[in-house]
Design a protein around this ligand. Structure first.
Ligand SMILES: [Zn+2]
Length: 646
């Protein structure tokens, strides 16, 4: 069994930057033009007001949902434990919070969360674009706008794309009833519902766990800990919800007039998100680029885990935005970071962001066609200075290294053609053999210490990972691996890379935090369409437990279409509109209660007792069904061995 024992207290402390790390920071200082303060001017422009202290409380617990006070150390010069370029981005994100005017009629709440919430002043109320990640933060942002600009009702909500930081705070600005009744238009791009739920729920537990590393939620804010996500100051951790949109945008060129404001839509599907759109406001000569363009290189592959994105489509969509709106726009703004004013500056930005993604796409494939594998491509690809030295094209969120590998995977998959990598041993088995061949853990640690002294952290990490996977209780190995990850974190220009490295060090030094099981948020469960719920259940089905079982249950919904739930061949299916003659049981229940029952938020016994559930046939069938599903542990090990599966 793996050991989750923490290291001795003395080994838990953060280390200072080594000489090798200081040299990396100095190289960044001399390479980039830190005298260029245009981004700071743009991030400050139009400031109206913020809240003080900049801390937003949770609706139900005592910990804050969002707290920028903890990042006040960013006031100073970059310490040598933070890459100076990332420090600059951290300052831009965290030190520019509050309500801003983009142009008379368009306002943004920035750094109340990881994303921006944009408010458009219509004839009678607010059109809210992207209501943040948590109800607490979106509500606080709307309150600030109402106080500063006059009280207005919310008359429409627009979700630009299927990522939670742009929709999950929706219940902070409207109610579920307002959405369901259709009294408030909720606009979203085609496939928004499926993609939101697939990205956030089907692979939800593993993505969520990896996201804790990527966004650094587990780290304490400090010069040796969390400084930024790159994409925004920090992720809020509050109450999430979901509403089903009632106005779906399907085609480029569609227009709407909402509360007197004209919108021209462009679909940007399959780029930054599977379902995404951007739009132009003729009245304001303003272009909302959603998350297609940002003030950094974005993720063609996001390290929290998601399907690889299409860098070529991404470049093409930016080009189409230039073609459609380039000769009309005066302002470009987006759902993260700060706007760009002036047509020339905005066009220059759009073109260089376009060329960034096209360069990565084209050159990665050129190198692949020369026969290089994804690691060799990533190691040698370099941006031309005309693209690479622009601050808005730098690695703060996505990295050139990871994105080049992603292009390879998009076209060619994870296998590089070398049969030596066709059928590798899994981590622990491989690690045990490496140790056997390399003379055991102590011998490896001794050699690794010498490489650490010389600053060869990438190699030390690679080799000590084997030692920890084979012998997680080897304190010296854990400690040196943690120290090496930490230096790599200090050196990283990318927020997610820093956070991954430092969270890895944390897990090695302190073990795993107290775990709980994954559960979708109640606000999400109620809104999940049944067909998505069945797919979620299918993903939780434990194949070994269901081995040899044939189980048919008729779901006779009291308020919906009858459905046959079947388990056979260790596979779960739901057949809508079908029932069979001799099921194990027939359940009479409402759709909502079924969702709550299956997500563990209500139990069968109390539903039976209240008469909200009736079972005809074998009452044990429901119990048998519930016993087949796995619970997913939230905090599974990442840098230490997972539970053995046999
Ligand atoms: Zn976002």
């Amino acid at each position: 069994m793996p050991s989750y024992l923490p290291l001795p207290e003395a080994l838990r402390a953060h280390k200072s930057a080594t000489e090798a790390t200081k040299k990396v920071q100095a190289d960044f200082q001399s390479k980039l033009n830190f005298e260029d303060r245009q981004s700071f001017a743009d991030a400050s422009r139009g400031f109206i007001a913020s809240i003080s202290p900049m801390k937003i409380d949770h609706d139900r617990t005592s910990r804050p949902v969002f707290d920028l006070e903890a990042l006040s150390f960013l006031d100073g010069e970059a310490p040598d434990t933070v890459n100076p370029s990332l420090w600059r981005q951290a300052q831009l994100n965290a030190q520019h919070h509050g309500l801003y005017e983009v142009v008379d009629g368009i306002y943004q709440i920035r750094s109340f969360d990881i994303a921006n919430m944009t408010l458009i002043r219509g004839n009678t109320g607010w059109i809210v674009i992207d209501p943040l990640t948590s109800s607490e933060t979106s509500r606080a942002g709307l309150k600030l706008a109402n106080e500063q600009l006059g009280q207005r009702p919310v008359v429409a909500v627009i979700h630009t794309h299927s990522h939670a930081d742009h929709f999950a705070g929706v219940l902070g600005v409207i109610t579920q009833e307002q959405a369901a009744s259709g009294e408030i238009p909720i606009l979203a791009p085609m496939d928004f519902v499926n993609e939101s739920l697939n990205e956030n729920v089907l692979a939800g537990n593993v993505m969520g766990r990896r996201a804790t590393y990527m966004y650094g939620n587990l780290l304490t804010p400090s010069p040796t800990g969390f400084v930024t996500t790159g994409l925004g100051a920090a992720l809020s951790l509050g109450t999430t919800g979901f509403v089903i949109p009632n106005d779906i945008i399907k085609e480029t060129g569609e227009t709407r007039v909402i509360d007197g404001i004209e919108f021209e839509f462009q679909m940007t599907m399959g780029t930054e998100a599977p379902a995404e759109m951007v739009f132009y406001f003729p009245q304001f000569k303003a272009l909302c680029m959603s998350e297609i363009t940002t003030h950094h290189l974005h993720n063609v592959y996001t390290p929290r885990g998601a399907q690889v994105r299409d860098a070529l489509a991404w470049a093409d969509q930016i080009n189409e935005s230039i073609d459609l709106f380039g000769d009309r726009l005066e302002i470009e703004f987006a759902s993260h970071h700060w706007p760009i004013w002036g047509r020339q500056a905005a066009l220059n930005f759009l073109k260089k962001q376009r060329d960034l993604y096209k360069f990565i796409h084209d050159q990665s494939l050129r190198l692949a066609n020369l026969g290089y594998n994804k690691e060799e491509i990533a190691e040698q690809i370099t941006l031309p200075d005309s693209l690479g030295l622009e601050f808005y094209n730098r690695d703060y969120y996505g990295t050139l290294y990871a994105n080049a590998r992603a292009v390879y995977v998009k076209y060619l998959g994870f296998f590089d053609g070398n049969p030596a990598t066709l059928h590798p041993l899994p981590p622990v088995a491989a690690a045990e053999n490496y140790l056997r061949y390399m003379g055991g853990a102590d011998a490896i640690v001794q050699k690794a210490s010498s490489d650490f002294t010389q600053g060869h952290y990438r190699w030390v990490v690679e080799v000590l990972n084997h030692v920890v996977m084979a012998e997680p209780e080897h304190i010296e190995a854990r400690s040196l691996l943690a120290d090496s990850l930490e230096q790599l974190g200090y050196q990283s220009e990318s927020g997610p890379w820093r956070n991954f490295y430092l969270c890895g060090a944390l897990e090695l030094r302190e073990g795993l935090p107290e775990g709980s099981n994954y559960a979708a948020a109640p606000g999400m469960v109620a809104a999940i369409p049944l067909k998505n719920l069945y797919q979620i259940m299918a993903v939780r089905l434990n194949a070994q437990k269901a081995e040899g079982m044939v189980l048919h249950i008729n779901l006779a919904f009291t308020d919906g279409e009858a459905t046959l739930l079947s388990i056979e061949n260790s596979v779960l299916h739901a057949f809508t509109g079908r029932q069979i003659d001799h099921p194990a049981a027939t359940l009479s229940i409402s759709e909502l209660n079924f969702k709550l029952l299956m997500s563990g938020q209500k139990d069968g016994a109390s539903l039976l007792a209240s008469g909200e559930l009736e079972i005809e046939g074998d009452a044990q069938a429901l119990l048998q069904l519930s016993g087949l599903f796995d619970q997913f542990e939230r905090r599974f090990p990442i840098v230490t061995p997972r539970k053995p599966w046999q």
